[in-house]
Structures are given as structure tokens and as C-alpha cells.
Design a protein around this ligand. Structure first.
Ligand code: E4P
Length: 218
């Protein structure tokens, strides 16, 4: 399973990259706003800075919600760097834009997926990735992982190439469950990735190894 980091924070992206397990980055307008990035030029510069840190795909979301606007913004984003994946919302004009970009060979990530029907539609329109938001589903007492399983079955039934990018991942259990049910990618915060490191028996085991070594090497 690929690991994407869900942030626009350059320091965190660099830290995840340095760990050696990072496959890409996802951003959204809220994450860009959190970093205080505003104005078209600054936004484009920031995406470029992210592309310069990572080796894999970098999702950059359009703001427009009409077909022409999404095409205009998406083409501009795609020209920035070959790593850019144009992030398109799951709305009617968005589906048309997915089809347009797929025919042009521009990679897309269909965002705000909350049902299997939406994921099916996005795959039929040629999306490169779909982003089911599992954490936000869990927040309202729907099973986010069950949605990933459903989409996995549908995509496997028909051999869709669209990759399932589990989004809105909040914790290490989300990551492990996504891997168990065959999500292609997960995107989450650095904290969730780092939490995978932790086990009390690892800590106590290492402390004992080091203590024993110190005893005989004093
Ligand atoms: C997906 O690409 C979104 O950026 C993101 O995963 C949303 O996560 P949140 O629900 O934690 O805001």
C-alpha cells in the first residue's frame, strides 16, 4: 500500500520523505489555508515547492466548480510539474472534467467520495484515484473501511485501473485496516504514520538489549 501524507506543511512533508516511506502528497484548500497560503501565485509556488521535496504524486485541488473553470485551473496546475495530480470534487461537472483530463492523459484524484456509487462513477469517467473519506464517515457512525471494501470489490469485478486512495485517515488502526482490505493508497497525517512505530514491547526489549550489552561491555 502506498503512503501519501495529507498536508501542505513543507516541514512535515520533508520529515515523512526523510523517513523513506513516502509515496506522495495530498492537499486540499483547507490544508493550504492552514499554512496561510493565499493568492494564485503563492499557491502555485507552494505546490512546486512540495513537488521538489517528494518523488511521487502530488494532489492539487481545483477551486472552480464549473466544467470550464475546472479545466482551466486543472491544466494550469498540471503544467507546473509532472507529479501534479488534479484533484476534482465529486460533482456533475467534476465527472465531466475527470473524463476530459483522462482523455488528455492528465492524472486526476476524485475527492469527497462517500459512497460506492460515486466511486463507480469516477472510475467510469477515468479517474486515476478516488478518495473515499473514511474518517469523516466514521465521525457520523458510518463504517469508512466497509466503503473501501465495497469499492475494492467493484473495481476488481470489472478490472478498473482507478486506484483507491483512502483519505481522511486519522490513526494507525485506519492505516492497518486499509492495508487489510486492499486499499491501493492511504493518505493521512504524519502522526498516524509515526504511530505505526510504537509498541511497548519494542521499547522494553530494546532497553533490555542495551542494558545487557552495557553490563558485559562496561
Ligand atoms: C483528502 O485528500 C483530504 O485532503 C483529507 O484526507 C481530508 O481529511 P480530513 O477529514 O481529516 O479533513
Amino acid at each position: 500500500m502506498k503512503f501519501f501524507i495529507d498536508t501542505a506543511n513543507l516541514k512535515e512533508i520533508q520529515e515523512a520523505q526523510d523517513l523513506g516511506v513516502l509515496d506522495g502528497v495530498t492537499t486540499n484548500p483547507s490544508l493550504m489555508a492552514k499554512e496561510g497560503i493565499s493568492g494564485k501565485n503563492n499557491v502555485l509556488k507552494h505546490y512546486k515547492a512540495i513537488c521538489d521535496i517528494v518523488e511521487g504524486d502530488v494532489s492539487a485541488e481545483v477551486i472552480a466548480t464549473d466544467f470550464e473553470g475546472m479545466i482551466r485551473e486543472g491544466e494550469e496546475l498540471a503544467e507546473l510539474d509532472e507529479k501534479i495530480v488534479v484533484k476534482i470534487p465529486m460533482i456533475k461537472d467534476g465527472v465531466k472534467a475527470l473524463k476530459y483530463f483522462s482523455e488528455k492523459g492528465i492524472k486526476t484524484n476524485c475527492t469527497l467520495i462517500f459512497s460506492a456509487g460515486q466511486a463507480l462513477l469516477a472510475a467510469k469517467a477515468g479517474a486515476s484515484y478516488v478518495s473515499p473519506f473514511i474518517g469523516r464517515l466514521d465521525d457520523i457512525s458510518f463504517d469508512g473501511i466497509q466503503l473501501i471494501e465495497q469499492i475494492r470489490t467493484i473495481y476488481d469485478n470489472y478490472g478498473f485501473d482507478t486506484e483507491i486512495l483512502a483519505a481522511s485517515v486519522r490513526n494507525p488502526i485506519h492505516i492497518i485496516r486499509c492495508a487489510e482490505v486492499g486499499s491501493d493508497v492511504m493518505t493521512g497525517p504524519l502522526s498516524a504514520m509515526l504511530a505505526l512505530l510504537n509498541h511497548p514491547l519494542t521499547d522494553s526489549g530494546l532497553a533490555k538489549f542495551l542494558a545487557d550489552h552495557a553490563k558485559t561491555n562496561a
